[in-house]
Design a protein around this ligand. Structure first.
Ligand code: PNS
Length: 174
């Protein structure tokens, strides 16, 4: 038998999957499920960013994320503010996970990844591709389609679809 070298340090990876998640889509869910298989602990972290005029409040977005995260035993849900890399380091995370769809996502993601690296070189960013059946889904388009009366089934988890429908109805009433 040849020589073997055995790693001597325990390896434990905590990763952060940050985003606005207004609301979570099936594309996000697919990224969560892929990342959860690779890392020991995955924290899905919602940015507390009320500037973007979200459709759902941060607690509402977290409720929907928690419903989805229940499927995965090593996935947690939190909210954060301030710099992502500072939050990651507070939580003991060494990895940031982001999903990329088309090439158009790449430029902005590259800028963020390199800025984050400059701020904290010890934190790595990992990009995952969701399944191609999700490659056209975005929270923004899902909201637009439902507002205009289109069918969004299969694009978001069913609990999100219900919440979206009732939120749009509420808005229509006011
Ligand atoms: O789902 P989104 O809106 O594309 O997510 C963007 C997010 C939350 C990842 C990004 O805005 C972020 O990390 N904000 C936190 C503030 C920060 O660290 N800014 C510098 C990043 S280069």
């Amino acid at each position: 038998m040849g020589h073997v070298l055995v790693a001597t340090t325990p390896v434990h990876i905590t990763a952060i999957y940050p985003g606005s998640f207004d609301p979570i889509t099936n594309g996000h869910r697919d990224v969560v499920s892929r990342a959860a298989k690779i890392v020991d602990r995955l924290i899905v972290a919602v940015l507390r960013n009320e500037l973007k005029r979200p459709l759902f409040s941060v607690p509402e977005r977290m409720e929907m994320l928690i419903e989805v995260a229940r499927e995965f035993p090593n996935v947690e849900v939190e909210a954060f503010d301030g710099l992502l890399v500072d939050y990651a380091s507070e939580r003991g995370a060494t990895l940031i996970v982001r999903g990329i769809r088309a090439i158009s996502d790449y430029e902005g993601e590259l800028q963020m990844a390199l800025m984050n690296r400059r701020l904290r070189p010890e934190i790595e960013t990992m990009f995952l591709m969701a399944g191609e059946q999700y490659s056209f889904i975005s929270s923004r388009l899902v909201k637009e389609v439902i507002r205009l009366g289109g069918n969004i089934s299969g694009l978001v988890p069913s609990i999100v679809e219900e919440r979206l429908k009732s939120r749009i109805l509420e808005q229509g009433d006011s």
